[in-house]
Ligand binder design. Structure first.
Ligand code: NAD
Length: 242
């Protein structure tokens, strides 16, 4: 069992879905967790003895700077925030690309930049970046902007891993398949026929069902404590990428 006692973990996009499940799993494994999100109301329910909450919009560099003390304390950083754009290249505007780049890549870069010095000082750090199977792992229809930016997360992860492996800092990427979360359900509802679209999403997972946020959270905990693993892509996708 992974024991994260004495460690501080900082999680972005922690109010719902995979981020929220990861906060609970990291706390369960013994970590003190700083749970951040833009949805302050939903964060409130997470506060407790081992979880402190804070509003953080990862698109706002000043807000990241404003949390320097908390960034300095983070032994574990789970960069979970990200946006899914639906559509092909011909359906993607420059603004769509810019927004996805800002949230999926630039914000992640800034979070790592803020947390790295403390990790290097302590010669111990675990960075976990949220990518996706829809990336350089697998071409997925109607996920042009998403696939491009999540592929960049994999490149970012390997670059950081290579630069800091000698300083005690590990950096890994998680690539989920389709996970049952609020944002997924909103995307399914936006297609018109929710049940039909959900059945189509289930059908593309060879394991026969959608993933659960708690299953991804278990992998986050594993990577937080997997002291001999860095620079790797961890697919967790119900067999989608076999
Ligand atoms: P979710 O909708 O359940 O939760 C997203 C959270 O992000 C919300 O709490 C929201 O308030 C927060 N958020 C949005 N913009 C933010 C910002 N600027 N700063 C801080 N927080 C912000 O989402 P989810 O499905 O759990 O997805 C989380 C991550 O997992 C994303 O990076 C997504 O791309 C990735 N992912 C999801 C799936 C899936 O099928 N659900 C698959 C692969 C990868």
């Amino acid at each position: 069992m992974i024991d994260l006692s004495g460690k501080t973990a900082l999680v972005t996009a922690a109010a719902h879905g995979i981020g929220r499940a990861s906060v609970l799993a990291l706390a369960q494994a013994g970590a003190h967790v700083i749970a951040t999100d833009i949805d302050e109301d939903a964060l409130e329910g997470l506060s407790g003895a081992s979880v402190e909450t804070a509003r953080l919009d990862v698109l706002d560099p000043a807000a990241i700077d404003g949390m320097a003390d908390r960034m300095a304390r983070a032994d574990i950083l789970f960069n979970c925030a990200g946006v899914v754009h639906s559509g092909t290249l011909l359906e993607a505007s420059d603004d769509d690309l810019d927004f996805a780049y800002a949230l999926n890549i630039k914000a992640m870069t800034r979070m790592i930049r803020a947390c790295l010095p403390g990790m290097i000082d302590r010669r111990e750090g675990a960075i976990i970046n949220m990518a996706s199977v829809a990336s350089s792992v697998k071409g997925v229809p109607n996920r042009f902007v998403y696939g491009v930016t999540k592929a960049a997360v994999i490149g970012l992860t390997k670059a950081v891993a290579a630069d800091y492996v000698g300083m005690g800092v590990r950096c890994n990427a998680i690539c989920p398949g389709t996970v049952d979360t609020p944002s997924l359900n909103a995307r399914l509802a936006a297609q018109g026929d929710y049940e039909e679209t959900r059945a189509a999403f289930v059908a593309r997972q060879p394991i026969g069902r959608l993933g659960q946020a708690e299953e991804i959270a278990d992998l986050v905990v594993y990577l937080a404590g997997a002291t001999y693993t860095t620079g790797q892509i961890h697919n967790i996708d119900g067999g989608w990428s076999i």
